[in-house]
Design a protein around this ligand. Structure first.
Ligand SMILES: C[S@@+](CC[C@H](N)C(=O)[O-])C[C@H]1O[C@@H](n2cnc3c(N)ncnc32)[C@H](O)[C@@H]1O
Ligand SMILES: C/C=C\c1ccc(O)c(OC)c1
Length: 360
């Protein structure tokens, strides 16, 4: 009796292990089905229809070949399973199933100003997915990143020479910034109290600075990024673009914003950037600050549901494309003090990311 039970346990654990491995093997199917749904514009089609849409109606509106109509039900089934759509009318006849948008697919709508669709396009572009096939090769050679093992140049060099990918990349960053900016201006206006000027270091094409310049008309804003990123961009009354290298010198200012910058770099490089920030905010003779928007890695204990895995995905992405990393609280504090700052405040207000204010 005892031994039979034991055998059943062994079998059940074996099968669980097999299924766990299968799940990991095929995780990419979630990513690629998402990419397909976005490429076909399915969320927008459902949204424009204005009410729950039947499978047959959806098929009639899709830009697909007539010979492929029978496959859409299965694409929708897996995406409904993973909460991108909800089913309204569960019937035996699959053509009568009706689909609705969920919070996740609403965030994929193209005309949602905070749309995550550009992020899907950029992060699942072969330029960024191909390097993963050489991850172990990179661990055995002395290339700085897997991205370089695959493309023979740095990510920033690649962005500079491939205008199609550069547009995808910059638009993906800009779309994320629109989401963060909305939250920041709504939830943390106080962060900008008493400041006369702010430089967005690595500010890309200026999405964040433009929104801040509108919300805080009495402040002066600069977008500081590599010359090829800001060349030819037009500023406004209280916004200008400055080309340069943050490892050399950052223009003097009251405050500096670093959004999704420090996770791109190793500790030594981050200390260099932060020291240059400290110099820049000291020149005005006021008590300035550096405002960082980045992840603070949670431990399994502190976490809610999926968030640790998502943060670990970002950490792996930073390793493979840039030799950067995500940091826990202890690692952030070490960076901050190594760069000679004396105080900081971490506010976890952006879901998986935090606002980190750093004071000289
Ligand atoms: C991950 S993007 C973040 C963009 C923007 N802060 C955002 O969150 O949307 C990093 C930015 O750093 C810029 N960058 C890279 N190296 C730089 C350097 N040495 N000096 C200034 N900017 C740099 C890139 O051009 C890019 O726009
Ligand atoms: C180009 C590949 C991805 C990437 C690069 C730099 C970043 O800061 C980032 O943040 C999510 C993503």
């Amino acid at each position: 009796m005892e031994s039979q039970k034991n055998e059943e346990n062994v079998t059940s654990n074996l099968l669980k292990a097999q299924s766990h491995i299968w799940n990991h093997i095929f995780n990419f199917i979630n990513s690629m089905s998402l990419k397909c749904v976005v490429d076909l514009g399915i969320p927008d089609i459902i949204h424009n229809y204005g009410k729950p849409i039947s499978l047959s109606k959806l098929i009639s509106l899709l830009p697909i070949h007539p010979s492929k109509t029978c496959f859409i039900h299965r694409l929708m089934r897996i995406m409904t399973h993973s909460s991108f759509f909800s089913q309204y009318n569960v019937t035996e006849n699959e053509l009568e199933i009706e689909y609705m948008l969920t919070d996740a697919s609403i965030l994929l709508l193209k005309d949602n100003p905070m749309s995550v669709t550009p992020f899907v396009h950029a992060m699942l572009d072969p330029v960024l997915t191909n390097p993963w096939h050489q991850f172990s090769t990179w661990l055995k050679n002395d290339d700085p990143t897997t991205f370089e093992t695959t493309h023979r140049m740095l990510l920033w060099e690649y962005v500079a020479c491939d205008s199609k990918f550069s547009n995808l990349f910059n638009e993906s960053m800009a779309s994320d910034t629109r989401l963060v900016t909305n939250l920041l201006i709504e939830k943390c206006r106080g962060v900008f109290n008493g400041l006369e000027s702010l430089v967005d270091v690595g500010g890309g094409t200026g999405t964040m600075a433009k929104a801040l310049a509108k919300s805080f008309p009495q402040m002066e804003f600069s977008v500081f990024d590599l010359p090829h990123v800001v060349d030819g961009l037009q500023g406004s009354e209280n916004l200008n673009y400055v080309g340069g290298d943050m490892f050399k010198e950052i223009p003097p200012t009251d405050a500096i914003l670093l959004k999704w910058i420090l996770h791109d770099w190793n500790d030594e490089e981050c200390v260099k950037i932060l020291k240059n920030c400290k110099d820049a905010i000291s020149k005005k003779g006021k008590q300035g600050k550096v405002i960082v928007i980045d992840m603070v890695l949670e431990s399994e204990k502190e976490s809610i549901n999926e968030s640790v895995e998502t943060q670990l995905f970002f950490d792996m992405l930073m390793m493979v494309v840039l030799a950067g990393k995500e940091r826990n609280k202890k690692e952030w504090i070490k960076l901050i003090s190594s760069a000679g700052f004396s105080d900081y405040k971490i506010t976890p207000i952006l879901g998986l990311r935090s606002l980190i204010e750093i004071y000289p």
